[in-house]
Design a protein around this ligand. Structure first.
Ligand code: MG
Length: 292
């Protein structure tokens, strides 16, 4: 397997900017996402990782459990506005781009062709070029900007870091960014009433693994994420209860999952799915929530 040099260099960038590893939102899998709420809040495009986010690693078909959510996502954002950016399909690890073609066919969604793996800046440029190239569709004005994207993936050092690198920062970057236009959709909840402010993509980390892979690296990444959040960014929330930046969870996770998780935290669980007593209130409870 070729080395992911941009991914290996990411920890050095984290030394300069620790927030790079902090996602906007943590969910179990994409079934929890309220796509209409995201659309209403002004998000017009979506970038998805493939392996262990939408498919079993190195397979080309959508995980059957995600079919309804995937359909809902594509219908909500519009076919061309959903893009798969993988570190396998569509890269130099995909000779002849056969896997990219197969994934596009099975998931009915374009796969970005990019020579460098996430979180490389060249991949970010390719994502921007893709969304800039979309034809104008009324009433959505082109192009879709970075802060109108959601970036969804299961790895901190690739997906989260890439999304965070697309965030506007400070005075200098604000000079080069255009003011936010009003949301292009017809929101059921006006964006002006939303407490959510956007300075870049909404970066969403998924925790459920459809197949175990890179367990040790994931352990390191997750511990680093929570350590930085608690000890550098001074957020006292325990890692078992932290679901992302303030407000994101309540705004963008479907209400039934928010209720379900609260019940599990209180030790109720769902009938027939009660978890072992010794695991109640611990992270395993979060990972064990039944979301079907
Ligand atoms: Mg992945």
């Amino acid at each position: 397997m070729p080395l992911n040099i941009p991914g290996l260099l990411a920890p050095f960038h984290v030394l300069i900017n620790p927030r790079l590893v902090i996602p906007s939102l943590i969910i179990k899998d994409i079934r929890q996402l309220d796509f209409q709420a995201l659309r209403n809040a002004g998000y017009r495009g979506a970038v998805f990782d493939k392996d262990n986010c939408l498919t079993v690693p190195n397979q080309d078909r959508l995980v059957p459990e995600l079919e309804d959510a995937w359909k809902e996502c594509r219908e909500t954002f519009g076919e061309g506005n959903v893009l798969i950016v993988s570190n396998s399909a569509g890269t130099t690890r995909d000779p002849g781009l056969l896997q990219a073609e197969s994934v596009t066919h099975h998931l009915q969604t374009p796969v970005l062709l990019h020579p460098s793996p996430k979180p490389a800046y060249s991949t970010i440029s390719a994502i921007r070029a893709y969304f800039s190239s979309l034809p104008p569709t009324s009433p959505s004005p082109p192009p879709i900007r970075d802060d109108e994207l959601i970036i969804v993936g299961d790895r901190v050092f690739t997906d989260v870091v890439m999304g965070r690198r697309m965030k506007r920062r400070g005075f200098i970057s604000s000079l080069f960014s255009s003011p936010s236009p009003p949301p292009s959709s017809t929101p059921t909840t006006p964006d002006t009433q939303s407490p959510w402010t956007r300075t870049g993509p909404l970066t969403i980390l998924t925790t459920h693994l459809w197949q175990r892979e890179n367990t040790f690296l994931r352990y390191i990444e997750n511990n680093l994420m929570h350590s930085i959040r608690r000890f550098i960014l001074k957020d006292p929330t325990p890692s078992t209860k932290w679901r992302g930046e303030a407000g994101a969870y309540d705004l963008f996770v479907k209400p039934q999952f928010r209720v379900m998780e609260k019940e599990v935290e209180m030790g109720k669980g769902r009938p027939g799915h009660r978890l072992p007593k010794e695991k109640e209130g611990r992270e395993r409870v979060w990972e064990g929530v039944v979301v079907s």
